[in-house]
Design a protein around this ligand. Structure first.
Ligand code: GLU
Length: 478
């Protein structure tokens, strides 16, 4: 079997899109599964729309996802000589020709063709120019583009995912391979690159199916064997239109910021168009590599479902070690100014993580779910407090509870629970009458991890101080 060499070839004209990440992932999995080579090529020939910022974002995003490349990045703008050489070769072979038509002339003729109900493809006006005609155009200062002479007949290629795909060559006009400014078009550069880089399999989005016959013409014209093709299903939004900003966040860096784990995004993207094993949804990277089979990828589009992605993220967060999760969540607390590096008690932080790990769907939620562990004082909200005050004498009861807890030698979850229960029995009230206000007093929230466990972590001093403040708040406001 020939060497497996695949590539991801993003154009740096936007931030790394989840669709590109999806394509990159399938190439990467294919390469890893087959011990092949994964190549990164930056298709930066659209000079106006390309930028360094986008390029950096793409490289960063692929790195963050762990889709490490073995070769590259190669840049098309550094390979212009190569495209020139091969376009010249095609001219010499009589399989491509110079075209001096201006965009305005082309547009004019396109309109007429449409009016006359003819296919608006290039009319081959420049196919057989005499040297006099060429010289005349050159004197006018026109710079020629180069067009490929599209052969007659049909073109069939075998797609690994979709089977045979057939095109009628008549439907395809002689297309430009080199623009008049010496920059190759996508279809030309991609062939020269894929061939010279020894790409064995072109795995890309199905939006490129219609480009494939054009690329095959070029392979054939240069007497090169084309690679194998596999066109992946596109990612769609819930309304089944192509995934775009309208559907929400589409750039990988945004997902990173929101607190998704790269392993979770990789896991989720792998399931769009592929079912590694029936009934199983959570996979490690190693499992995905092991199971990957390009032939099992489906034609059906992947519907991007953020709820499912979030669920998968939750599962991956749960399987992290406490230390790792602490490392990963720390930046969010710092950003929210809840923690300063020099005052961080790591042991305390690890205990907080143990309490919250099960509840986090996103890393960034640490600051919403766990802020009270780091705040000095809580700003109680009347609406929240109102919800949990069920007894007119609550403030008196809380004072009694505080006194009980002041005397506790062992400020452990077990002892705290025991004393709260005893007090409720004594007062003939339900434990909930105390539990809910205590939770709000300590956390400013109505839900959260086990109350006694969180109190044990919060510690005696903070707990008693907060109950005291809460009683004062109740006395002043209710
Ligand atoms: N630059 C193209 C894109 O981003 C690459 C397509 C291909 O893989 O051939 O869509």
């Amino acid at each position: 079997m020939k060497d497996i060499r695949v590539r991801i070839a993003p154009s740096p004209t936007g931030y790394l899109h989840v669709g590109t990440a999806h394509t990159a992932l399938f190439n990467w999995l294919f390469a890893k599964h087959n011990k092949g080579t994964f190549i990164l090529r930056i298709e930066d020939t659209d000079i106006e729309r390309s930028s360094k910022e986008y390029e950096e974002n793409i490289l960063e995003g692929l790195n963050w996802l762990g889709l490490n490349w073995d070769e590259g990045p190669y840049y098309q703008t550094q390979r212009l000589e190569l495209y020139k050489k091969y376009s010249q070769k095609l001219i010499d072979l009589g399989l491509a020709y110079y075209c001096y038509c201006t965009p305005e002339e082309l547009e004019e003729r396109r309109k007429i063709a449409l009016q006359e109900k003819r296919a608006p493809k290039y009319d081959r006006k420049c196919l057989n120019l005499t040297s006099e005609e060429r010289a005349k155009y050159e004197r006018e200062g026109r710079k020629p583009a180069i067009r490929l002479l599209v052969p007659k007949g049909k073109t069939v290629f075998k797609d690994i995912i979709r089977g045979d795909i057939e095109f009628n060559n008549e439907d395809i006009g002689d297309f430009v391979i080199m623009k008049s400014d010496g920059i190759p078009t996508y279809n030309f550069a991609v062939v020269i690159d894929d061939y010279t880089m020894g790409i064995s399999h072109v795995i890309r989005g199905e939006d490129h199916i219609s480009n494939t016959p054009k690329q095959i013409f070029i392979y054939n014209a240069l007497s090169w064997t084309p690679p194998e093709f596999a066109h992946l299903p596109l990612l769609l939004g819930p309304d089944r239109s192509k995934l775009s900003k309208r559907h929400g966040v589409t750039s990988v860096s945004e997902y990173k910021k929101m607190g998704y784990l790269p392993d979770a995004l990789v896991n989720y993207l792998a399931l769009l168009g592929w079912t590694p094993q029936e009934g199983k949804e959570v996979y490690t990277r190693e499992e995905l590599i092991e199971l990957f089979d390009l032939r099992k990828v489906t034609k059906n589009p992947g519907i991007f479902d953020i709820t499912k992605l979030e669920w998968i993220n939750t599962q991956h967060i749960r399987s992290l070690s406490r230390e790792k999760l602490a490392d990963l969540t720390l930046p969010y607390l710092k950003e929210a100014k809840l923690i300063k590096e020099d005052s961080l008690n790591w042991e305390y932080y690890l205990k907080v993580i143990s309490l919250l790990q099960e509840r986090l769907k996103l890393l960034s939620q640490i600051k919403d779910y766990g802020d009270y562990f780091f705040l000095e004082e809580l700003d109680y909200e009347k609406e929240t407090v109102k919800k949990v005050i069920k007894h007119p004498e609550i403030s008196k009861f809380l004072r009694m509870l505080k006194e009980e807890w002041e005397d506790l030698k062992d400020f452990s979850a077990h002892e705290l629970e025991k004393s709260l229960k005893e007090l409720s029995e004594k007062l003939n009230i339900s434990t909930g009458t105390l539990i809910h206000p205590v939770r709000v007093a300590l956390t400013n929230k109505t839900i959260g991890p086990s109350l006694y466990e969180l109190i044990e972590v919060l510690g005696k001093e903070k707990t008693l101080k907060r109950i005291e403040n809460f009683i004062k708040y109740l006395d002043a406001n209710f």
